[in-house]
Design a protein around this ligand. Structure first.
Ligand code: NAD
Ligand code: IPM
Ligand code: MN
Length: 345
């Protein structure tokens, strides 16, 4: 008998709504196998910030480090200055826990009607770098609010950081049937970072000779993503490009309500964190209509990461079956969660 020590950060907006369903799915998938789930819930987010000014206190961060994994809903609230929670909570977790692989599958499940007339067999995964790029806070502003204002947001790309994520992406490509890796960047303009990424992909490719690596400028890749998405297998790209690419990928694959992600620490020096790709969706929060499917699929990724391969496969199968029969009927957040639990039971 094993147990999973799970840190739960439901967060803001629809975060708590989708996390409640994700937890139901998690328990239904893994508890029948004799594994217990011990959750510790952390009340981080807008409410905590309003009450105490805290986003992620060090004591909480240290406690979370002891968990086996983290399930996160979403953070961000219209009543909190933009960036305070995103940086102070979400990005702080990704950076402090060294989540350098932000794994975001782009899979069009059978029966799901995306926006494309003839999408083909869409099944790729984006390996988004998670700890560098323009996200590091390396920038600043001068003469704010004057006509002479200057703002910089420097993209940080280290040989160490690029190599480790590229290596991880190659290993994932190697393990997939098509064994293909595509680097998305913009080395025609971003000549410093772009060339570092390109050279790194070429060099690491030598250690993965079965993998075919190619390259596309990220702008043109957005054409391919809507015109011919089945061409992609593993995509590797930097933090900001990966953020943008994965919202479009979500749309192509049936909507943001289905897009799952894992913030992975492949070295397992800290817990990995699983969350839907979407945000707190203030426009629909509190209505009980958010789709918890992305969270359910993220729970599947969490189980796979912790070595519960069977339970992970059953979550994905339950979601696949639900999607196949879903049709256009409107269901509430909890109705979708209950339907998944029923399929797992
Ligand atoms: P969003 O993803 O919250 O919402 C974009 C659109 O998708 C909205 O129309 C929303 O209603 C819809 N949507 C999102 N999730 C859905 C779901 N599960 N079911 C049905 N519809 C869904 O993005 P946004 O509006 O740009 O950002 C809102 C807030 O969330 C901001 O504060 C932003 O910083 C934050 N955010 C957080 C995360 C995160 O925690 N990982 C991710 C993205 C945005
Ligand atoms: C995401 C979000 C975050 C990101 C924000 C909220 C910091 O958009 O998880 O995709 O940019 O990574
Ligand atoms: Mn995003």
């Amino acid at each position: 008998p094993s147990s999973v020590q799970l840190a739960v950060i439901a967060g803001d907006g629809i975060g708590p709504e989708v996390v409640a369903e994700g937890l139901k799915v998690l328990r239904a998938a893994v508890e029948p196998t004799g594994t217990t789930v011990d959750t510790t819930e952390y009340d981080l987010g807008a409410k905590r910030w309003h009450a105490t000014g805290e986003t992620l206190p060090d004591s909480v961060l240290e406690e979370v480090r002891g968990a086996d994994a983290i399930l996160l809903g979403a953070v961000g609230d219209p009543g909190v200055p933009s960036g305070v929670l995103e940086r102070g909570l979400l990005l702080k977790l990704r950076f402090e826990l060294d989540h350098y692989v932000n794994l975001r599958p782009g899979k069009l499940f059978p029966g799901v009607r995306g926006p494309l007339a003839e999408p083909g067999d869409v099944d790729f995964v984006v390996v988004r770098e998670g700890t560098e790029g323009p996200y590091t806070g390396n920038g600043g502003a001068l003469r704010v609010g004057t006509p002479a204002e200057i703002a910089t947001e420097v993209s940080v790309n280290t040989a160490f950081g690029v190599e480790r994520v590229v290596r991880d992406a190659f290993a994932r490509a190697q393990a997939r049937p098509r064994k293909k890796l595509t680097l998305l960047h913009k080395h025609n303009v971003l000549t410093f970072a772009g060339h570092l990424w390109r050279r790194t992909v070429e060099r690491v490719n030598a250690d993965f000779p079965d993998v075919t690596a190619d390259y596309a400028h990220v702008d043109a890749a957005m054409i391919y993503l809507v015109q011919d998405p089945s061409r992609f297998d593993v995509i590797v790209t930097d933090n900001l490009f990966g953020d943008i690419v994965t919202d479009l990928a979500a749309a192509v694959c049936g909507g943001i309500g289905l897009a799952a992600s894992g913030n992975i620490n492949p070295d397992r020096t800290a817990p990995s964190m699983f969350e839907p790709v979407h945000g707190s969706a203030p426009d629909i929060a509190g209505q009980g209509i958010a789709d918890p499917t992305a969270t359910a699929l993220s729970v599947g990724m969490l189980l796979a990461h912790l070595g519960h391969a069977d339970a992970a496969a059953r979550v994905e199968a339950a979601v696949a079956a639900d999607l196949l029969e879903r049709g256009t009927a409107k269901r509430s957040t909890s109705q979708v969660g209950d339907a998944l639990v029923a399929r797992l039971g």
